[in-house]
Ligand binder design. Structure first.
Ligand code: ZN
Length: 311
């Protein structure tokens, strides 16, 4: 008998859904809009209806559904209770109980970044590594820590919030979290642009970056072309991120770091700068950690969501 599980990745504009086999084969994926009106009161209903429709469309027996795993943009505790997901309009929501009641299936829920780490560990860039860290370098810096094949969740579901490791005492602009000097302020797409703009403003030195509005992609292209000012930006970026990852490694000694998100599109050159400073700062026993690129992109969330059911 074939068995199935669902992976659901709830975002601020769409809910991504996937139907999987227990071996991790993605049979079908689709999306529904996220209805954030009325404090997101309809989201759980919409997920339940979409799953029931899919089961009916494919003629799947209810007994063959192992369960539904969900990823949510906010802290989620071990019992599947969400503590504020601003993008969804949610305060405290007992997601696991509510979705179980509406569908009759077993439900597990986790923070979306932690769940994405589980996905990359299961079928992506961290495949085969029971101890790994996903670092998502996007608009912000997110991530998830997998220890012994399990997500590090913490008491309130805020484990793996690596973007807010404090790295810079002299920072004068606040991070989105309200603190000053977080990793995210330097290692995200907006962070590297900030580093470049500060360096451009500090002198009149020539750089190809002066001829265009600076974006993360322009900066990495300039680095690859050897633009001296851009290369200095890469060194600063690498020092911040390498130092942040060294701190993580000193705590959990991972086998691998998997880098994802828009900034990781820069590819191997990104790893070169990060590893240089990582190896400078980390305790010697963690020096040989593997650096790899994420491969599942936007599907990491549905893969990891589904994997929660199989644990
Ligand atoms: Zn912060």
């Amino acid at each position: 008998m074939s068995k199935y599980c669902f992976g659901v990745d709830v975002g601020g504009t769409t809910v991504k859904m996937g139907l999987f086999t227990p071996d991790g084969e993605l049979l079908e994926k689709w999306e529904i809009p996220t209805r954030t009106e009325d404090q997101g009161a309809h989201i759980i209903d919409d997920i339940a209806v979409a799953i029931e429709q899919k089961i009916a469309d494919r003629g799947i027996e209810k007994d063959d559904v192992l369960g539904i795993g969900v990823g949510v943009p906010g802290p989620v505790d071990k019992n599947g209770v969400v503590f504020q997901a601003v993008n969804l309009g949610w305060g405290v929501v007992d997601l696991k109980s509510e979705l179980e009641k509406k569908t009759g299936f077993s439900v597990k829920a986790g923070n979306d970044a932690n769940v994405a780490a589980l996905g990359e560990q299961w079928k992506g860039g961290g495949k085969g590594y029971d101890d790994m860290v996903l670092v998502t370098l996007g608009t912000g810096v997110g991530g998830g820590i997998i220890v012994n094949g399990k997500m590090l969740i913490g008491v309130g579901g805020a484990g793996g919030e690596i973007g807010h490791i404090h790295l810079e005492d002299k920072e004068t602009e606040p991070c989105g979290c309200g603190n000053f000097g977080c990793l995210e302020q330097y290692a995200s797409a907006t962070g590297i642009v900030r580093l470049a703009n500060r360096k451009l403003a500090a002198s009149d030195r020539e750089s190809v970056l002066r001829s265009q509005p600076v974006s993360a992609k322009h900066i990495w292209d300039a680095i690859k072309d050897g633009d001296p000012l851009a290369v200095e930006v890469a060194e600063e970026f690498g020092e911040y991120l390498g130092k942040g990852l060294a701190i993580i490694a000193d705590i959990c000694n991972p086998k691998a770091f998997v880098l994802g998100g828009g900034v990781s599109k820069a590819g191997d050159i990104l790893i070169t700068y990060v590893r240089k400073y990582y190896q400078k700062y980390v305790f010697h026993a963690s020096r040989d950690a593997i650096f790899a690129l994420a491969v599942l992109e936007n599907d990491a969330g549905i893969y990891g969501a589904a994997k929660q059911i199989l644990e």
